[in-house]
Design a protein around this ligand. Structure first.
Ligand code: PLP
Length: 384
């Protein structure tokens, strides 16, 4: 079945609950056994303790597995915790891991601080390396961490080429799949072993919940499940419910983000104030061909570079935007605009573009109103 059908129904079992469409929100820690025999054998029961999951959490896990075409999905309390759970499930002291240079900065921080402290060495690679990654694989390389497109610079990686090189050496590949929401790309169908999302973004979709998902293939699922259970990872039932509720409308939202995002990106491209737009769906973008091959659409998040980087002029624009909020995160229904500094989190590659780099999230507002808001901002900037 197609995605829009899958996300409408996956995970729901109405007739286990009086025919009610949505799953109940189970608030649970203690789960009672009826008999001593059941108590002694409780590890066999699917529902045995709040932390081990309830029908509420199973509903979201099942729905995410259907969306990502995964063998199983493990939930985490934020996108970052999904990343750290996924990474730490596979590594041990003495291991070497390869991480894309354009990964989400907190992912780098976890590798550079926590994993380094535990004796795991991280080496960063050029996101555009493709099959050249095979030369960086060592005997002790355990995994490759990818993210496509990359944070802030939106470079498109050749994931299938990386997977091929990695699997030839028994190295697993994990990816941060947040940008496409699991709707525009299915990394597990391309051989990626684990697909992580900050569900906080497009799954939740309404800027009101922190959540992460780790969608796994059959070979990796038990390892991730057990490891995150050993860490005590679990999510609150109200948040899980809201994430599932958000997921039901991901199709219509993503299609709108795609259309409006391209419209705003094309407008920005035409503006004299803008030197560069980083949006892989634009034919001029260096990642366009790979994007076209591997994605079925583009989300509302992309970057652009303003020729101007004078702080006073920038403030004149940014301090009075009506529709574009200045805030971290993205993937909600609302538009956001923030400055970014990719050069501060690159070590394997360099970012030497002059001007001010910006990150925009095109929300579900009418794109003409968003363009008018940006245009008024540019006018203020030019006059300041
Ligand atoms: C936001 C983000 C995360 C982290 O998600 P949180 O839920 O905020 O912890 C991970 N990866 C990417 C690409 C993100 O943009």
């Amino acid at each position: 079945m197609k995605d829009n059908t899958v996300v409408t129904h996956a995970g729901n079992r109405p007739f286990e609950n009086h025919g009610i469409v949505n799953p109940p929100v189970y608030h649970a820690s203690t789960v009672l056994s009826e008999t001593l025999e059941q108590r002694i054998n409780r590890s066999e029961a699917k529902v045995r303790y709040g932390r081990a999951g309830t029908p509420t959490t199973f509903a979201l896990e099942d729905a995410m597995s259907a969306l990502e075409q995964a063998h199983g999905t493990v939930l985490a309390s934020s996108g970052l915790s999904a990343i750290t759970m996924a990474l730490s499930a596979f590594v041990e002291s003495g291991d070497h891991i390869l991480v894309t240079d354009s990964t989400y900065t907190p992912t780098r921080n976890f590798c550079d601080r926590t994993l380094a402290r535990l004796g795991v060495e991280t080496e960063y690679f050029d996101p555009l390396i493709g099959s050249g990654i095979s030369e960086m694989i060592r005997d002790n390389t355990r995994l490759i961490w990818t993210e496509c497109p990359g944070s802030q610079t939106f470079d498109v990686q050749d994931l299938p080429a990386i997977v091929e090189a990695a699997h030839a050496r028994d190295v697993i590949v994990l990816t941060d799949n947040t940008w496409g929401g699991g709707y525009f790309r299915k990394p597990l169908t391309e051989g990626v072993d684990v697909s992580v999302q900050a569900a906080t973004k497009y799954i939740v979709g309404h800027s009101d919940v922190m959540m992460g998902t780790i969608a796994c293939n059959e070979a990796t699922y038990e390892t991730v499940r057990q490891s995150s259970s050993l860490f005590g990872m679990c999510c609150g039932p109200d948040d899980v419910y809201l994430a599932l509720r958000g997921l039901r409308t991901i199709g219509v939202r993503m299609d709108r983000h795609h259309e409006s995002g391209i419209k705003v990106a094309e407008w920005l491209q035409s503006r004299p104030e803008v030197s560069q737009v980083m949006h892989p769906a634009l034919p001029q973008d260096p990642g366009h061909e790979l994007w076209k091959r591997d994605f079925t659409g583009s989300s509302g998040l992309f970057g652009f570079v303003l020729k101007e980087d004078d702080r006073t002029k920038l403030s004149a624009m940014m301090d009075h935007m009506e529709l574009h909020g200045m805030g971290s995160s993205w993937g909600g229904y609302e538009s956001l605009l923030i400055p970014s500094w990719p050069e501060q989190s690159r070590t394997a590659t360099s970012w030497n573009v002059s001007g001010q780099c910006m990150r925009i999230h095109v929300g579900l507002e009418d794109p003409d109103d968003l363009i008018a808001d940006l245009e008024a901002g540019f006018d203020r900037m030019n006059k300041a």
